[in-house]
Design a protein around this ligand. Structure first.
Ligand SMILES: [Zn+2]
Length: 500
């Protein structure tokens, strides 16, 4: 039975949020999701409740009665969580043509954070494009150190920048921060970031920190000089007194396997000393990149280096070609198999491929981690889930990361409770990148929501079928509107650009 007071409080809430969001009443809609198990993103235990959406916001949670004219969704005991936030995403690639972002919304992801690994520039233009022609998901972005460095140094990037060049980079970064960047991203294993001195990175990160932003980093080495690279990101957080996040944290070399406990101790010590250090992780032991990253000194013809790579970084049987324009017949094959086809040793084969035009850009997935380490790093209370994926990529992480964690890892393997998985995908993710008013089911928060079947949710993507859609997600709301239901996107593009 609808009481006068509950109708009134809903109405008051509704009217006040129309004022806050600037939406007209005609655009806004009211919905009541009834009988869900609400997992609110805080980590608290799920509880049976109803959730009212007014316009683009969550209005009320509790035992609620429908209002006249309200759209009713019967959850029938399915889990209702805050929409997931992908803090390290490359799903902006192709988003202008495939605006429904099915790779993301089919897993319950409602916000992607792009501009990663040092990419991400001209954010004012990107946000304005997204405002005029939105996608199904919200998009936030970092400003990329590599992109800025390229604009200043051009092709002459394989050296330290001069003080004058760093000053120009600072000015460009300030413009990106003013446009709404969350902070500065670096890709210090990639050109041109790999040639930046620590001082350059520290000075630029400070510009982001002074503007209230943060630092996120694909660190300088995920293998050979791993501990130094972790030190560098911690130092940036300490010296600049700013939040720092390690992107897709890894122990990416055989020599480092089994050291997750040691790494967690290093991270915890840094936090205990006051550094605002966090990380994101994707749930795969294989990474995806290009052949060039195997050689940080870019000495592709060096036999000693090649022998080292194949003995320590990734085995020839664990490197799979997934993009090879000049030899399409190699796609899907391992380096060991290609070596057999070429009647050469894996070492000679690798050197030979790298000597061909475009060799360093050949796409690979490679096993870099021990599965137990990935899981241990995912369990760290300050690491959130990310995908590092893309919609048209060849690595299953683009379509599977979130469903894989909340399904197989949580339900079947019990790595942590489902409430902790949801926290790692929502409120913690929002906090780790600085997104406000999203990532919780609480009154006043934006109505980014995912209704899923905890018994059925699972990833379907694999290395042979990287774009297979996840299963088990029933309905996804972005800013109060349904963008995905029963296995399909709805053609509603209610995502927004999220400026800091
Ligand atoms: Zn990266």
């Amino acid at each position: 039975m609808l009481t006068r007071s509950s109708a009134w409080s809903a109405l008051v809430g509704f009217v006040s949020l129309i004022g806050a969001s600037g939406q007209s009443p005609q655009q806004a809609s009211n919905s009541l999701i009834r009988g869900a198990v609400v997992i609110d993103g805080s980590g608290a235990a799920g509880r049976r409740a109803d959730v009212r959406i007014g316009g683009d916001r969550i209005v009320e949670i509790g035992q609620l009665q429908p209002n006249t004219g309200e759209h009713i969704v019967d959850a029938n005991g399915l889990a209702l969580a805050p929409g997931f936030i992908d803090t390290h995403s490359h799903h902006d690639r192709g988003l202008d043509t495939a605006r429904d972002a099915v790779a993301m919304v089919s897993q319950g992801v409602t916000t992607i954070v792009v501009g990663q690994d040092g990419g991400g520039s001209d954010l004012a233009a990107m946000f304005s494009r997204l405002g005029n022609r939105p996608a199904s998901v919200n998009v936030a972005s970092y400003a990329g150190h590599g992109a800025i460095r390229s604009r200043v140094m051009g092709k002459d990037f394989a050296r330290h920048a001069t003080a004058a060049e760093i000053d120009r980079m600072k000015a460009m970064l300030k413009i990106e921060m003013d446009a709404g960047a969350l902070g500065l991203s670096t890709g210090l294993e990639y050109d041109p970031g790999i040639y930046a001195s620590h001082e350059e990175v520290l000075a630029l990160a400070k510009v982001a920190g002074d503007a209230g932003g943060r630092y996120i980093s694909h660190i300088r080495s995920e293998d050979r000089w791993f501990w130094d690279a972790i030190d560098e990101v911690i130092t940036i957080g300490r010296v600049n007194a700013m939040p720092v996040q390690v992107s897709h944290i890894k122990l990416g070399m055989h020599d480092l396997w089994g050291q997750a406990e040691k790494l967690v101790a290093v991270l915890d010590r840094a936090r205990a000393s006051g550094v605002q250090l966090t990380a994101d992780v994707y749930p795969y032991s294989y990474w995806q990149s290009n052949l060039g990253v195997l050689y940080p000194k870019r000495n592709y013809s060096d036999e000693t280096e090649t022998a080292f790579v194949l003995a320590h970084v990734s085995l020839a049987s664990d490197i799979i070609f997934n993009r090879f324009p000049s030899h399409p017949e190699y796609v899907g094959k391992t380096l060991a198999q290609v070596a057999d086809m070429r009647h050469a040793s894996p070492d000679r084969t690798l050197i030979g491929i790298l000597a061909e035009p475009g060799g360093e850009s050949v796409g690979i997935v490679a096993k870099g981690m021990a599965d137990a380490d990935v899981e241990r790093l995912m369990q760290w209370p300050f690491s959130n889930v990310c995908s590092d994926g893309q919609s048209f990529g060849l690595h299953p992480r683009g379509f599977g990361s979130f469903a894989k964690v909340v399904g197989p890892w949580v339900r079947d393997r019990r790595l942590f409770p489902v409430e902790e998985a949801v926290r790692k995908m929502s409120s913690l993710a929002a906090a780790n990148v600085g997104i406000a008013s999203r990532g919780r089911i609480a009154p006043g928060y934006f109505a980014d929501l995912v209704l899923f079947d905890a018994a059925a949710i699972a990833d379907r993507a694999d290395f042979g079928s990287a774009q297979a859609q996840a299963v088990g997600v029933r309905t996804v709301w972005v800013n109060g509107q349904i963008v995905f239901e029963n296995g399909r996107t709805t053609g509603v593009f209610s995502g927004r650009p999220l400026r800091r």
